[in-house]
Ligand binder design. Structure first.
Ligand SMILES: [Zn+2]
Length: 439
C-alpha cells in the first residue's frame, strides 16, 4: 500500500488559514459577481467551516492557533486567494493505459472518429480495462486521482464506462468505491456509464446491449449501491435519443440521479431530454441549438461545459457558454479528464479556456468550477465557503481571484484541504515578486 492513512492524524480536521488577500464565496446565480472578503481568514474545526470573515473578526479561540507561528494547523495565507475546494463534476478518471499513441496520430491528421472506427478510442480502453484486475485498476488510478488535489480539487465525479460487461462495469465501480474510502484522496462521486459505447461484440445487435444495460447492469449497480448517478453518451455512433431516454428513465425509477453527454458533436435533443427528465446535468453541449438552450435555462439541470475537450480534440468550435449564461442556465465547468479526449486533471486551467473560448466572465467560470460543479453532483454545500459548510478549501498562490484566468495556467494551489485536513501542501511558495503589481 502506498497510502499513509495516519499521515494526517493529529491534525484533527482543524485548520486556520489567515491573512488571505481574498476569500471568495461563489454563492449566487450564474452571472452574479463573486462575494470577496479581503484580509480574510477561514477557520475549519471538526472538519467543518466554523467561521470566515475579515481578520479583524478572527475569534479568540482561532487566534490561539497563531501562537508562535509554528502550529501546523495554521497557514499563512498572505498573498493568496481561498476558494471552496474545487469540484470536478465530469471525469472518466478510472482507466488503464493512456493513449498517447492515438494523440500522436491525431496530431498527424487522424480524427477522433477515424481512430474510433478503426477499433481505437473508447474501445481500446475497453479492451485494456477488461484485461486488468480490480486491484490493478485501483493501483493505476490512485496517483491519477491524487493529482487532482494538486490543482485545488477536493471532489471528483468519476464515471465507469470502459468495462461494458456486467462484471467489468461492477469491477470499475467497486474500484471507485475502494478509492473513495481513502481519505487522503479527493472525495469521489461515482457515476454508472454502461451506455458509453456499444461494445464490439454487440456491434450487430445494439438492442441486446441496451437491454443488458437496462435489465442487468442497472439493477446490479443499484443492488450494490455503487453509483450516485447514471449517465448516457447520446451521440451519433453511440446511443440514440430514444435509447438514452429508455436507459435514463429506468435509472430514475431505480433511484439514481441522471446525467447525459449531450450534443457534443451532433444536436440530437439530449439537452431537452435532460431538462424533461430533471437530470442533474447535461454535459458537453458544443452543438446545442436554441431550443436546447431555452429548455436548460428553464430547468434546474446544470449545463456542464468542458472546454478542455474542444481544445484537445481540435474541434474548432466551442459550447455557447455566453448564450447559456445569458439565457439564465446554471453552469458548471469541468475537465472531462479521460485518456482520449481530455487528458488533464488541471481544473483551474479550464477557467481561462472557458473565458477565452466560451465567452464566460471570470466570475462565471470560477463559479463553474466550484458551486456549479457542486450543483451538478447534487451537493450544493460543497460550493460554499462559509460557516457550516464542509471544510474543503483550496488556497492559490496569487493575490487576486481574477488571476486564475488572467495569469493563465500558472497560479498554483499551495494548500488544499478536504474536511479540514490537508490533501496537498506545496513545499515552497512561489518566489514571484510581482504580487503588488498583480493585486
Ligand atoms: Zn465524458
Amino acid at each position: 500500500m502506498t497510502r499513509a492513512p495516519d499521515a494526517r492524524a493529529g491534525l484533527g480536521g482543524e485548520l486556520l488559514v489567515h491573512g488571505l488577500a481574498q476569500l471568495v464565496d461563489p454563492r449566487g446565480r450564474t452571472s452574479d459577481p463573486l462575494t470577496i472578503i479581503e484580509d480574510a481568514f477561514v477557520w475549519i474545526r471538526d472538519g467543518e467551516v466554523a467561521a470566515t470573515g475579515p481578520m479583524a473578526d478572527l475569534p479568540a479561540e482561532a487566534a490561539l492557533l497563531l501562537g508562535d507561528g509554528k502550529d501546523p494547523r495554521a497557514f499563512d495565507g498572505s498573498g493568496c486567494v481561498a476558494l471552496p475546494g474545487l469540484v470536478d463534476s465530469h471525469t472518466h478518471a478510472v482507466f488503464g493505459a493512456g493513449r498517447a499513441h492515438e494523440f500522436e496520430r491525431r496530431l498527424a491528421g487522424a480524427t477522433y472518429q477515424e481512430i474510433a472506427a478503426a477499433g481505437g478510442g473508447i474501445l481500446f480502453s475497453v479492451r485494456d480495462l477488461r484485461s486488468r484486475s480490480m486491484d490493478d485498476l485501483i493501483e493505476i488510478s490512485r496517483p491519477r486521482i491524487a493529482e487532482f488535489a494538486r490543482f485545488g480539487v477536493t471532489t471528483v465525479e468519476v464515471k465507469s464506462g470502459y468495462g461494458l460487461t456486467v462484471e467489468d462495469e461492477l469491477k470499475t465501480l467497486r474500484a471507485i468505491r475502494r478509492l473513495s474510502d481513502e481519505d487522503d484522496l479527493p472525495r469521489l462521486v461515482p457515476t454508472f456509464l454502461g451506455a458509453h459505447a456499444i461494445p464490439e461484440e454487440y456491434a450487430d445487435d445494439r438492442e441486446s446491449y441496451v437491454r443488458l444495460v437496462i435489465d442487468e447492469m442497472l439493477p446490479a449497480v443499484v443492488e450494490e449501491d455503487l453509483a450516485r448517478f447514471c449517465d448516457v453518451f447520446c451521440e451519433q455512433g453511440a446511443f440514440t435519443l430514444a435509447e438514452a431516454e429508455r436507459i435514463l428513465e429506468r435509472a430514475g425509477e431505480l433511484g439514481l440521479g441522471l446525467k447525459i453527454h449531450a450534443e457534443e458533436f451532433t444536436p440530437l435533443g439530449g439537452a431537452e431530454l435532460a431538462a424533461r427528465l430533471k437530470a442533474a446535468s447535461a454535459d458537453h453541449l458544443v452543438a446545442i441549438d436554441d431550443r436546447g438552450i431555452t429548455s436548460l435555462a428553464a430547468s434546474a439541470t446544470v449545463a456542464t461545459l468542458l472546454p478542455g475537450t474542444s481544445l484537445f480534440l481540435k474541434l474548432g468550435r466551442h459550447a455557447p457558454g455566453r448564450a447559456l449564461a445569458d439565457a439564465g442556465a446554471t453552469l458548471a465547468v469541468a475537465t472531462d479528464f479521460n485518456p482520449g479526449s481530455s487528458m488533464s486533471q488541471n481544473l483551474p486551467l479550464m477557467v481561462p479556456l472557458a473565458c477565452l473560448n466560451l465567452g464566460l466572465t471570470i466570475a462565471e467560470a470560477v463559479r463553474g468550477v466550484t458551486l456549479g460543479g457542486a450543483l451538478a453532483i447534487g451537493r450544493p454545500e460543497l460550493g460554499v465557503l462559509a460557516a457550516g459548510s464542509p471544510g474543503d478549501v483550496a488556497v492559490f498562490d496569487t493575490p487576486d481571484v481574477r488571476n486564475l484566468a488572467y495569469h493563465y495556467g500558472v497560479p498554483r494551489a499551495v494548500l488544499v484541504a478536504r474536511d479540514g485536513r490537508p490533501l496537498w501542501k506545496a513545499k515552497r511558495r512561489s518566489s514571484r515578486t510581482d504580487t503588488a503589481l498583480l493585486s
